[in-house]
Design a protein around this ligand. Structure first.
Ligand SMILES: Cc1cc2nc3c(=O)[nH]c(=O)nc-3n(C[C@H](O)[C@H](O)[C@H](O)COP(=O)(O)OP(=O)(O)OC[C@H]3O[C@@H](n4cnc5c(N)ncnc54)[C@H](O)[C@@H]3O)c2cc1C
Length: 250
């Protein structure tokens, strides 16, 4: 019953085209951070579980574990908003395809190493799963390049952790907590990524993709022990999602 009420509330608060049914799953398509945050507020009121999704290439939110869940899809948050060559950074919507980024950065003499890898997902998805490459036998997570973000958190705020300037933040850099975060801490709406000059491309050409580590993330989330990132994740989860509208999948 609460599901129908939630759907009715979406129709009341948002333009009709924001809600579609993809493979039968009610799917909300926010067009801004404020719309994502607005949906989260409604979900909190209606105790409605949500699942944030990018392209969902491998995991489509369909099946028993998604029964009664509403998907929130980043496909309309797909703009390349800013390229700032002098600061070596780019701001991009979460729904932008990772593989397309370097085509646009090329004209500025820039590139992002992970965008040349055979990964077919969105940038938001790549950050959320903690996409990582093996470079010279060491892991190079995409999060290393993730410097700033606009994130809609379940309590209904839009937070902007991080900084695009080169001086590093003193203390814990909160933006890093969102990579990986597997969609449970909020929706990455835009990401600012540090990029590199094309002259360095040769150095990154032999990178290979590493396996995705959902099980490790889920284990740490359940049993953080002394792991600092996991402890910060849980703090953020408790602060911003007390009603657990973005649950851990399995
Ligand atoms: C639970 C799970 C386990 C997986 N295990 C493997 C595996 O073992 N091996 C493998 O090769 N691939 C695995 N994948 C698939 C891998 O995540 C894909 O590479 C990915 O699905 C590609 O599509 P995407 O980037 O559009 O992200 P999606 O598939 O749409 O989303 C991937 C994850 O990121 C989160 N997410 C997406 N966009 C955002 C956003 N804007 N803000 C916050 N969170 C976001 C989602 O909630 C989801 O948890 C797994 C996916 C999931 C969800």
């Amino acid at each position: 019953m609460h599901f129908e009420k939630f759907i009715a509330a979406i129709h009341e608060e948002f333009p009709d085209d924001r809600l579609t049914y993809q493979k039968g799953v009610a799917t909300f398509h926010p067009e801004s951070a404020e719309e994502s945050a607005g949906l989260f507020v409604l979900a909190g009121k209606h105790r409605q579980k949500l699942f944030v999704t990018g392209f969902g290439n491998n995991i489509v939110p369909v099946g028993a574990q998604f029964d009664g869940v509403v998907a929130v899809k980043s496909d309309r948050l797909n703009q390349l908003t800013r390229v700032v060559p002098e600061d070596f950074c780019v701001e991009v919507g979460a729904g932008y395809p990772l593989k397309e980024l370097n085509q646009h950065l090329k004209e500025h003499g820039l590139f992002l190493p992970h965008a040349d890898m055979p990964y077919v997902g969105s940038i938001g998805g790549a950050l959320a799963i903690g996409l990582s490459a093996l470079k010279d036998q060491h892991p190079l997570p995409i999060g290393r390049f993730f410097v700033m973000a606009q994130i809609a958190v379940p309590e209904g705020e839009v937070i902007k952790p991080g900084s695009a300037c080169f001086k590093s933040v003193s203390g814990f850099d909160v933006v890093k907590i969102f990579s990986p975060s597997w969609g449970i801490l909020g929706m990455i709406v835009t990401a600012t990524l540090r990029v590199l000059p094309l002259t360095a491309a040769e150095e990154y050409k032999d990178m290979s993709l590493m396996p995705v580590e959902y099980a490790k993330f889920a284990d740490l989330y359940r049993h953080p022990g002394e792991n600092q990132s996991a402890l910060y994740s849980l703090k953020i989860k408790n602060k911003f999602d007390p009603a657990n509208i973005l649950p851990l999948l399995k």
